[in-house]
Design a protein around this ligand. Structure first.
Ligand code: ADP
Length: 395
């Protein structure tokens, strides 16, 4: 019998899954991962095993055009049954975007705690309902299976109040309008790898740059979050693939009052039509922009690097110094040129990159005598969720 933990990450139009084999004496290891994409439009199911062999790559049947998370889950369950007839699922871990001000750790789900997470939906209306839909779909299909919620915000609850405040009337803070921070599972995983491999570095003042389609940065000291570039929502901080990042709130008022945009139009502009896509007018994909000769593509890349440089200075200030910088996520892990440009603009913080180590995507990419070290650590949020689920289940 193969024992395993299933990890689910449900978005508005996708349901991603990873299956990790559990053995009592060893770390979890990945068996299969994949996703149902195009939920609500043209659902398509893809899955690969841990050797990257394709197990499924097919549109889901026409009759399932109205597919939701339940039907997506059904497709995943059918594949797992076919591939691993002796599989015993021990539990399901979910990525849940918002744990509010209260949840600073993963949470074993019960009807009561699911209700409490529903209450946090206004804080993340674009994500939380989809996370909860997947949780409910599992509860319906397999009420016997324990489920655990792992929050993107939980890692940041170690931050002091000063880093969670806005300059709004204090009762706004009391009403929950505060900086929550996101990408916490990625920061937690990357911090754990740094601690395991370089404990002295991890004990110091570290900034982790999670540069993916969604992008943020976090100041981490002793593997605890000190401050984050993301705030109340995942819009703040760095410019992203299609999101603005840091923006004067007055711009929103101007768009509403002077340009008469509707709330939905503003939301769409800030989340879906800005960022690398909006500035370049070409693409939200960093690879496309780096390959392009269009001046607008170069401008978007310049601004992306510029925002990282400014946030780096701000986060270093929040720790009164900087010992190490870590790059992670799609752009951070794969783009030597972006890492090089960020490091060149951070020489004032004692950063000197080793161009050869950087080009080779090595673990340590700073020059041997660089006062501040620079590291490259691939993120693995799914493994972090699986580990949390294992711990919560007492395995
Ligand atoms: P998310 O998980 O937030 O959707 P990812 O972490 O997968 O995003 O990162 C996606 C981003 O990584 C895209 O902008 C993509 O262009 C970029 N990326 C991936 N590989 C490279 C590369 N070799 N060079 C530059 N950018 C890359």
């Amino acid at each position: 019998m193969t024992k395993a933990i299933l990890v689910l990450n449900a978005g508005s139009s996708s349901l991603k899954f990873s299956l990790f084999e559990y053995e009592a004496a060893s770390d979890l290891h990945l068996m299969t991962k994949g996703q149902v994409e195009g939920i609500g439009t043209a659902p398509h199911f893809v899955a690969k095993d841990h050797h990257n062999q394709i197990l499924a790559d097919q549109p889901l049947p026409e009759s399932n055009q109205s597919i939701g998370h339940s039907e997506g889950l059904h497709a995943i369950a059918t594949l797992l049954r076919d591939q691993y007839p002796d599989l015993k699922l021990l539990g399901v871990g979910h990525r849940v975007v918002h744990g509010g001000a209260h949840y600073a750790a993963p949470l074993r789900l019960t009807p009561g705690t699911i209700g409490a997470l529903e209450g946090l939906t206004p804080l993340a209306p674009l994500h939380q309902p989809h996370n909860l839909a997947a949780i409910r779909a599992v509860a319906e299909a397999r009420p016997d299976l324990p489920q655990v919620a792992c929050f993107d915000t939980a890692f940041h609850r170690s931050q002091e109040q000063i880093n969670q405040l806005f300059g709004l009337p204090y009762n706004c803070y009391e009403r929950g309008i505060r900086r929550y921070g996101f990408h916490g599972l990625s920061y937690e995983y990357v911090s754990s790898v740094l601690k395991q491999q370089e404990p002295e570095v991890a004990a110091g003042k570290v900034v982790i740059a999670h540069l993916g389609n969604g992008a943020s940065m976090c100041a981490v000291q002793n593997s605890k979050s000190v401050a984050s570039s993301m705030g109340f929502t995942a819009l703040d901080g760095l410019m992203m693939g299609t999101r603005t990042g840091n923006l004067d709130a007055g711009v929103v008022l101007y768009l509403l009052q002077q340009e008469q945009l509707s709330v939905q139009q503003v939301e769409e502009l800030l989340y879906k039509r800005s960022g690398l896509l909006g500035l370049s007018g070409i693409s939200s994909d960093m690879r496309v922009l780096l390959d392009s000769h269009e001046p607008q593509a170069a401008l978007a890349v310049d601004y992306f690097v510029h925002r990282i440089s400014r946030e780096l200075g701000s986060l270093a200030a929040s720790m009164n110094g900087l010992d190490a910088l870590v790059f992670t996520a799609g752009i951070g892990e794969n783009s030597a040129i972006i890492r090089q440009r960020v490091c060149e603009q951070a020489q004032w913080l004692g950063i000197e990159i080793d161009p050869h180590a950087n080009a080779a995507n090595e673990f340590c990419i700073s020059a041997i005598d660089s006062p501040t070290t620079v590291w490259l650590i691939p993120s693995n949020e799914e493994l972090m969720i699986a580990r949390h689920t294992r711990t919560q289940l007492g395995l």
